[in-house]
Design a protein around this ligand. Structure first.
Ligand code: CAA
Length: 258
């Protein structure tokens, strides 16, 4: 695995996303490797849970890889959104607990990844947000749906429309985060303590609780499909070209609505 460090202890995998030069941004290779890790979690009877975190103190994941996104055709963008949504659904529906230990920026696809996990714990310096609108696009990995489910429609709309980043404490008040801790050591010890409590229970009961809770939040409604289509359509615009170019050139974008 080029983009992950993996440790195994007491039947629990600790998976560290490690692409520090890009603040752990999700590129195609990384997502493929994550898919393999989750597939293995489903299949391996010896593993009972997974803790997902980011390398370093600065970022959990700073989103989808913008430099890669900038090169996509509309068709490729649709495929990317659909496959990302499917991977994050696989995480959400995993019969074994998955805890996100968020150690810094969880933006865009990073916030979406954390939201697909069953429980979120964050350090005080963590920041959450869906800033895709600054690039002239929208969230594409289920963020429009899961943020709305977790914090309610009004606040979800505000966060996605303004691109505001919120602190870990505010995320906790909104129900986006379960616990806030002061530093990385406490982050991992809290994640492990919660995980150990869960893996001491009946695995069948654990799986059935996850299945039952998720039964009301499937792909049946049009939300995920609409999001994937709108995400792809937005990558065909001049505003997307300007948004990604301005990010790469480290300047403010100037949008025209075309
Ligand atoms: N993709 C690719 N590279 C990224 C990245 C991303 N999402 N986020 C950061 N990087 C890179 C930067 O380009 C920079 O690389 P260089 O050193 O080569 O210039 C490096 O990581 C460090 O980043 P910054 O210099 O920007 O660090 P900062 O401390 O000044 O700012 C930040 C940190 C606020 C997180 C800022 O990097 C940022 O805004 N990142 C983008 C966040 C974002 O827009 N995420 C959404 C992506 S789109 C998406 O996720 C779509 C979806 O739903 C599927």
């Amino acid at each position: 695995m080029r983009n992950f460090q993996i440790q195994y202890s007491n039947k629990v995998l600790t998976v560290t996303i490690s692409r520090p030069k890009a603040l752990n941004a999700l590129n195609a290779e990384l997502l493929e490797e994550l898919n393999d890790i989750i597939q293995e979690l489903y299949q391996n009877n010896d593993t009972r849970g997974l803790i997902l975190t980011g390398d370093g103190d600065k970022a959990f994941v700073a989103g989808a890889d913008i430099k890669e996104l900038a090169l996509l055709t509309q068709e490729q963008a649709l495929e990317l959104a659909k496959s990302g949504q499917a991977l994050f659904k696989k995480i959400e529906d995993c019969p074994k607990p998955i805890i996100a230990a968020v150690n810094g920026f969880a933006l865009g696809g990073g916030c979406e990844l954390a939201m697909s996990c069953h429980i979120r714990i964050a350090t005080e310096n963590a920041k959450f947000g869906q800033p895709e609108i600054n690039l002239g696009i929208i969230p594409g990995y289920g963020g429009t749906q899961r943020l709305t489910q977790l914090v309610g429609r009004g606040k979800a709309l505000e966060l996605m429309l303004t691109a505001d980043q919120i602190s870990a404490q505010e995320a906790k008040l909104l129900g986006l985060v379960n616990h806030v801790v002061s530093n990385r050591d406490e982050l991992m010890s809290t994640a492990n303590a919660i995980m150990n409590k869960i893996v001491s229970k009946s695995p069948l009961a654990v799986a059935n609780i996850i299945k039952s809770v998720n039964a009301g939040f499937g792909f049946e409604n049009a939300g995920y499909a609409t999001e994937a289509e709108c995400f792809a359509a937005s990558t065909a615009t001049n505003d997307f070209k300007e948004g990604t170019k301005s990010f790469i050139e480290k300047r403010q974008p100037s949008f025209t609505g075309r």
